[in-house]
Design a protein around this ligand. Sequence first.
Ligand SMILES: [Zn+2]
Length: 455
Amino acid sequence: MAIVEEDLERLRASLVLSDVVQQHLALRRVGRNWVGLCPFHAERSGSFNVRDETGRYRCFGCGAAGDVFKFVQEIEHVDFVTAVESLASKAGIQLTYTTGESGDRTRQKRRQLVDAMAKAVEWYHDRLLNGPDARAARDYLRKRGLAGDTARTFKIGWAPDEWDALCRDLGVPADVLRETGLGFTNKAGRMQDSFRGRVLFPILTENGDPVAFGGRILPGSTDPAKYKNSSETAIYAKSKTLYGLNWAKGDIVAADQVIVCEGYTDVIGFHRAGVKRAVATCGTALTEDHVRLLKRYASNVVLAFDADAAGQGAAQRFYEWEERYQVRVSVARFPDGKDPGELSVSDPEGLRHAVDQALPFLGFRVNRVLNSRKLRSPEDRALVAGEAMAVVNEHQNPEVRKLYAGQVATHVGIPPADLVALAARRVKAPTVHIVPVWRIGVAENAEFVCIVMLL
Ligand SMILES: [Zn+2]
């Protein structure tokens, strides 16, 4: 299904871009342009430019750009057709849709695959609720607080331990089974189910279209792979999909905050604890595409996993994204090394508290270094100061660096001015050597002198 081109042009011609934009933000006239505060990134001076002659907008801050349809898509979080329909109904323009071979084949194909996935979601879900073979799965979910209404809300399913139960029953052509990743052709040339003997979590797009599954074995299974996820298909890209966004987006917008987890059960745990703004990556690290997607909903990102374990490269990316997308990244710490899914059962209050107490990403990393060893000697203090300053100096903002340098100095008991000076110049972390006192005299640069002073 697509909208005929002439109608799109007629609609475009009847709309004045600045009128549409001004339903969402204030614009003022500057020469031939209209200028305002960009709705797609946080800013204090107007970088958002609208030109009615060309019918296009562009933000010089974040690079957002497009025409009237793109603007409505982005600001209302809807797809192209929905954006066009909403504008047409306000403008009183009747739309004609194309079907068949002249229509949008990609869109039709997508619909076909999504419909097959929706049937599979229902099939697996029914099997979980009613299948005699799903008893162990139901017991497992009940123990983890994932049964009953929770299972129904999140459409949790059970893939039976059979070769082709789904492929046989679903009534979907073999090519569609293959293209959705629900089944594959085995060596005997027959269709075989991709998921077998697993609890399944359907993965939906932000608009609620099912596109993939995450599957988990039951405890005691001989299958070596604890988790198995759908492979990428025409409708499923891991780096652009966040599990739970369809359920969470209302709460994310209301709170201007999104919680990013690593597991499906963590997301569900947050929901059960009344914190309905959690999403999870689907077996990948958080990508720039994810951040771009989330930025449309909120500007505060709370990581509910051990982000530091991903290493310094990951940290560098987070700082860049904070700058580029004007988001603030913080990290929640959970008591006793529990994950959010476990905590939602044993201590839901603790789970909520951990989110409220989330530390800025840099603060989290600095704290970890400061607490990494006991400060028994001046050498310990110097070592910790050096390591902590290396972390502090990863950050690009000098004011932020200086403030953390002050904290580090207080913790290790060094005059703050010394470390603040290092932070201001963002010198590489001083290497800590135990230098014989008689060599102080040959030290030529300030860092060297500083280190010697620490000792
Ligand atoms: Zn912008």
